[in-house]
Every structure is written in structure tokens, then in C-alpha cells.
Design a protein around this ligand. Sequence first.
Ligand code: NAX
Length: 328
Amino acid sequence: TQAPVNVTVTGAAGQIGYALLFRIASGQLLGPDTPVKLRLLEIPQAVKAAEGTALELEDGAFPLLAGIDIFDDAKQAFAGANVALLVGARPRTKGMERADLLEANGGIFKPQGEAINAGAADDIRVLVVGNPANTNALIAQSHAPDVPAERFTAMTRLDHNRAVAQLAKKLNAPVSEIKKLTIWGNHSASQYPDIFHAEVAGKNAAEAVNDEKWLAEEFIPRVAKRGAEIIEARGASSAASAANAAIDHIYNWVNGTPEGDWTSMAVPSDGSYGVPEGLISSFPVVCKDGKYEIVQGLEINEFSRGRIDASVNELAEEREAVKKLGLI
Ligand code: NAX
């Protein structure tokens, strides 16, 4: 059998962590043949709660769970990591300016990037979930110069899955028949869910919808503001759906995307589609042999162009802001 894969999870005692860890332990992150060792990182005040979750993980008697270690030190937590899920972040609190938020997160993602650089395994794959996810990923990546830049990604898979579900609902189709949907740009309210290349049961989805008003006034804002809708209904932010999306992101990256489909991942731009190089922006990607590639050659219509540019501009501004703060 295969040697266990080291999976480091930060923010392990948080609500996404709670939903995520059991799915990792059950084999859903990497597949049913891959044993995993969990390495949990928390701040000192939350280590006890993480230890509690570890007791419950033990009680799951998961055949694939080869061990759990808990740390409050990033260098130790990332030592030997093959997969790193960076979930813990500093949330925006009342009265906090964007610069304060970026700076507080710089204080988390800079040392974590350094720790990944210092001790992660050669095949390390990083997914940043903690917000502002794209720019946090950029900060971590810029402090890991020895790790190939493309190993740092941020999560727009929850947005992708939300968009697939909303489109399926509109078209009265099962989600399994929706393919080739794309989230472009930032994981923020400026993100652009694009259905112009999407398919429903093999036919073009935008043509099947044929309702630009619904697209502009219902679909796009609903997907972009779904996080707020969940908070409003649940009294807490998305957790199990976010964990589910993180599982999907890594599973596809490692095991490939299905033939005839793609997914959305925020990855360092190579300049494709006019997105400035280096920005960690969401693109349509296919995964194969453990690598992802940005889908090339899609025609971008005017409707899409303006929306992609607006979200990408926001990312460029965030990059400028963290540059000014000396965080990258
Ligand atoms: P919680 O507040 O429940 O948990 C966060 C955990 O991170 C806490 O246990 C905290 O102690 C820990 N933490 C803080 N700083 C840390 C550090 N330096 N090292 C290790 N752990 C640290 O938040 P939760 O609901 O789990 O959400 C986590 C993050 O995901 C937030 O930033 C949230 O905004 C973000 N989200 C991102 C999504 C995405 O699609 N990219 C969607 C869901 C979610 O909103």
C-alpha cells in the first residue's frame, strides 16, 4: 500500500475545519487508496479545541487515517506537508479598513509561506481558503521562492459549485449535466460566473437560458452574494459547503478533472486572457496527471470582458496594497 500523504490544515478548530477534517480522514480528499496523516495548525488558544476534534477523529476509526499531530507553530505544521489547506485567517471586523485586514492576514500568510518554503515536501500543493483568499495566497507564495509558484492556489470552487447548482435549477437539469462553467477573477463580490461556454446536456447553456436579464440581475449577483445569503439564513457563514469545495479542488488537482469538463481554480496568471502575470486569479482549468492547465482559446464576449476586467482590477489593487504594506 501507499505511504501516507501529509495533509496540513490551518484553522483546524474553526467551523470549516470541523466539516473538512472528517472528509479528509474518510479518504475523500485524495481517494480511497491513499492513507493520510493530518497535521493541524491552530493558534495557541484554539489548540485545545483542535485536540477535541482529534479525539472525535479517533472515534471515527477511519481506516485511512494514519495519524494526527497538532501544532501551534507553522514551521512544524508544514514540515513534510504534501497538501496544505490554509483555512485559518483573520476575518474583517467592524470598522476594519482594507489595509488593516490585509496587514493582519499578512501576519498569518507570510510566516506560513516561509514555513512551506522551509519544510514542505517537494510535491507540495497549497490551497488557500481563508479570505481574502487570492491575495493571501499571493502573500504566502511570495515568501516561498523555492516552491514553484503554480503550487499556490486559492479557492473559487465554492463559487463554481454554487453557480453550477443555480444554473441547473434554472434549466431544470441535474447538476451532473452542467459542464464547463467558469468563475473568473477574485473570490469576492466582483467575481464573474460565466455561462457562455457552459453546457447543459451537451448544448450551450447561455443559449438554453436565453435570458440576459436573469443572467445579469439574478444569476450573477445571487452567486456572488450567496455567502451573505447563507449567513442571513444560517446565522453563520458557509462551512460544510466550503469544506466540500476544498475537497473538490484538491481531489481534481490530484486526480484530474473529468473528460469533457473543466473546473475553476484561482491560480497564478501566466498572462492568459489579459490577466496580469502573477495575479492569483480564477480561471477555467483542466487537471491531468497531478497538474492543472488554464483552458486556452475561449472567446470572451463583451458582456464577459467587462466583468472579468473589473474583478481582475480589484485583484491588481489588492496586490498594489500588499506591496505598499511590504507584505510581498
Ligand atoms: P472560523 O473563524 O470558524 O475558524 C477559523 C480558525 O482559524 C479559528 O479556529 C482560528 O483560531 C484559526 N486561525 C486564526 N489564525 C490562525 C493562524 N495564524 N494559524 C492557524 N489557525 C489560525 O472560520 P471559518 O468559518 O472556518 O472560515 C475560515 C476562513 O474561510 C475565513 O477566512 C472565511 O472568510 C473563509 N471562507 C472562504 C471561502 C472561499 O470560498 N474561499 C468560503 C467560506 C469561508 O467564508
